[in-house]
Design a protein around this ligand. Sequence first.
Ligand SMILES: Nc1ncnc2c1ncn2[C@@H]1O[C@H](COP(=O)(O)OP(=O)(O)OP(=O)(O)O)[C@@H](O)[C@H]1O
Length: 263
Amino acid sequence: MLKTLSEFFERPLKSGFVIENRYQITGFLGKGSYGMTYYAVDKKTSERIVVKQLRKRKYKTSKQDFIKEAETLSTLSHPSIPKCLDFVQWEDKMFLMMELIEGKNFEELILGEGQIYDEKESLHFLLEVLKIVKYLHNHQLIHRDLRLPNILLKKDQLFIIDLGLSEFLNEKKNPTSKEKPGSLEKQLFRDLSVESDFYALGHFILFLLYSKFTPSSKKESSWEEELTLTNDTKQIIRKLLKLEACYENVDEIILNVENALKR
Ligand SMILES: Nc1ncnc2c1ncn2[C@@H]1O[C@H](COP(=O)(O)OP(=O)(O)OP(=O)(O)O)[C@@H](O)[C@H]1O
C-alpha cells in the first residue's frame, strides 16, 4: 500500500540530483503522460541537456514504449530533431538523455505570449514542419503527436520533439499501451498512416491562423466561415483534414504550400 501511495505522489527529482555520477538535474521542465522531463547538465561535457525519466507508476505498462522512444530517437539524425545522447537504467529508474532545444513551443508562443501569425507566416511554418515530417516519413516513421507543444521555434528554425507515440509503418504494433481505442477524432490523430500526421498538421496551421482571429459575434461558425483565407490555403487545409481526398504523401503538400506561398 505504502509503495502504491509513494508511486502515486511521485515527486520530480530535485535540482542538484546526479544520475550515474554524470547527469546533474538543474530544473524541472514538465510532466508528460509517462515521463517527467528535466533540464540537466552533462558534467563530462558541460553541455546543457534534457533528461526524460519514466514515471515509477508507468514502469510496468510503459517501459517498452520508453525504451522504444529512445531507440527510435537513436536511429534518427536530423538537425531539427533532438539527438538521443544516452539511455540509463539506474536502480529502479529509467532515463533518456537528449539534446536540449533552447526554443519555445507554439503553445507557449500563441497562448502564453500572444504571438500572432498571418496567412503567409502560417504557411511558412507549415512548410518548415513538413520538411521535417518528410524526413520522418522517408524513414517510414509516423510521429502521431504533432501538436503545438511538440513543435518548437528557435530563432528561425523549427524543431519537432516527443517521439513517444511514434510508430514505424512496417512495425508490428504493441496493442497494450499505445493503441487504446478512442473516439473517431482520436483515431484520426493516431492512425498508423501518413494521413494522421497530415490531419494533425491541418490543426497545427489552423491554430496558427486563429492566433489572429478576434470573434465578432458569439455565434460559433466553422473555420472556413470565420477565417479569411485564400482558396489555395483553404484547399490545403481541407485536404489535410480529410474534408476532401487527402494527400498521399508529404511531397504533394510541400508542392502545394510552396505554390501558395509564391502567389
Ligand atoms: N529536447 C527538448 N528540448 C527542449 N524542451 C523539451 C525537449 N523535450 C521535451 N521538452 C519540453 O518538456 C516538456 C515535457 O515534455 P514531454 O515530452 O516529456 O511531455 P509532454 O509533451 O508534456 O507530454 P506527453 O509525453 O504526454 O506528450 C514540454 O514542455 C516540452 O516542450
